[in-house]
Structures are given as structure tokens and as C-alpha cells.
Design a protein around this ligand. Structure first.
Ligand SMILES: Nc1ncnc2c1ncn2[C@@H]1O[C@H](COP(=O)(O)OP(=O)(O)OP(=O)(O)O)[C@@H](O)[C@H]1O
Ligand SMILES: [Mg+2]
Length: 171
């Protein structure tokens, strides 16, 4: 994946609102299976919208696939932090043990519970590669009460301590 991050992919970084990117990543996911909380007041992020959309879609598809039928929906929630915006994809499935929380990001790594024929184990390697190519990150955490929470860290367009960006400013 290092070639993917450093050589083959040259991201086109722009300032975009997550409300532009997240809906595109939801295409194909049944609306009842996902709940989106992206506040309007969130600062914009410095990303390649196409790469972020693909990365979020990969993570979201995993979350939906691992969610128990009839259980709570997958939650997609964004929040602002110093210099960064976090996008969390929270599921209530079986989760991933601590010893595998890094390994799942390696190409072709699938845990023993993964049903045959459902994928090849590239989705998370690609998602992290894209996040890092945009100077961001992707990490796995436990969902409180059970499940997996995937956290994208994205560069915020808002400077720390600065007021809101002017609406007219173009990247
Ligand atoms: N939300 C999740 N809950 C539990 N396990 C997960 C979750 N997301 C990923 N995993 C585990 O991590 C492995 C790697 O995920 P990844 O998306 O890279 O591959 P995949 O989904 O198996 O195949 P592909 O994405 O290439 O179709 C999965 O096979 C699964 O074992
Ligand atoms: Mg996958």
C-alpha cells in the first residue's frame, strides 16, 4: 500500500464540506441501515472529494455488513477539533479484538469470521491509503457497548483559533 500512498495517487486537494461527500458515499446503502449526523456548522475539510468518498464508502460497507439484522443503524457522525475534523463510522456488530485493530488495514487481511466470497480484503487498506494521501488518518476503535468505530481524521480548512471561513473563499 505504500506505493499507493506515496506514488500512484496524487490527490486533488480542495476545501469541501462533508455534507457534499458523505451522501455520495451512502449510495447503495439502504437508508434504514444508516443514520447521518453531519452538523451544518462544521468547518470544511481539505481533501480530495473523490478519494474521501471511496474511503468512506469502503468503511461504511464493512460496518453495514457486520451489523446485526434489526439492530441499531450504523451512525456516521462528524465533529470539529483543533485543526481537524473527525468522521466516525460507528457500528454495533461483533467488533475487532485489539490484536487485530491494526492488521485489518493490511492488504488481503481478513479475519476468520469473514464469510467466503464477500470480499478480498482490500477495502480498508485502500481507505487508509487514501486518508493518509490526504494528510489524514483512519483508525479502529471499540464502540462503547460493543462493535467497531472507524475514525477518519481529516485536515480542517479552519485555522485553529480563527473564526468561521468566509463562505465565498475558494480553495
Ligand atoms: N465493521 C467491522 N466489524 C468487524 N470486522 C470488520 C469490520 N470492518 C472490517 N472488519 C474486518 O476487517 C477485514 C478487512 O476489511 P476490508 O474492508 O479490508 O476487507 P473485506 O471487507 O473483507 O473485503 P473488501 O473490502 O476487499 O471487499 C474484514 O474481512 C473483517 O474481518
Ligand atoms: Mg471491506
Amino acid at each position: 500500500m505504500s506505493r499507493l500512498q506515496t506514488e500512484s495517487v496524487t490527490p486533488k486537494i480542495r476545501e469541501v464540506g462533508l455534507e457534499e461527500v458523505v451522501p455520495a458515499a451512502l449510495i447503495g446503502v439502504p437508508p434504514a441501515e444508516v443514520e447521518v449526523d453531519v452538523p451544518d456548522a462544521l468547518p470544511r475539510v481539505r481533501v480530495d472529494a473523490g478519494l474521501l468518498e471511496r474511503a468512506v464508502a469502503n468503511v461504511l460497507q464493512n460496518a453495514v455488513r457486520h451489523s446485526p439484522a434489526g439492530g441499531p443503524p450504523v451512525r456516521v457522525a462528524a465533529s470539529a477539533h483543533e485543526g481537524a475534523v473527525e468522521l466516525r463510522i460507528v457500528d454495533h456488530g461483533p467488533g475487532v479484538d485489539d490484536e487485530y485493530k491494526e492488521r485489518i488495514f493490511e492488504a488481503f487481511q481478513r479475519l476468520g469470521d469473514a464469510p467466503r466470497g464477500t470480499g478480498i480484503g482490500l477495502g480498508l487498506a485502500v481507505a487508509r491509503g487514501f486518508a493518509e494521501a490526504m494528510d489524514g488518518g483512519l483508525a479502529a476503535e471499540d464502540t462503547p457497548g460493543g462493535g467497531l468505530t472507524m475514525v477518519f481524521t481529516l485536515r480542517s480548512a479552519a485555522r485553529p483559533g480563527a473564526g468561521p471561513e468566509p463562505e465565498t473563499e475558494d480553495a
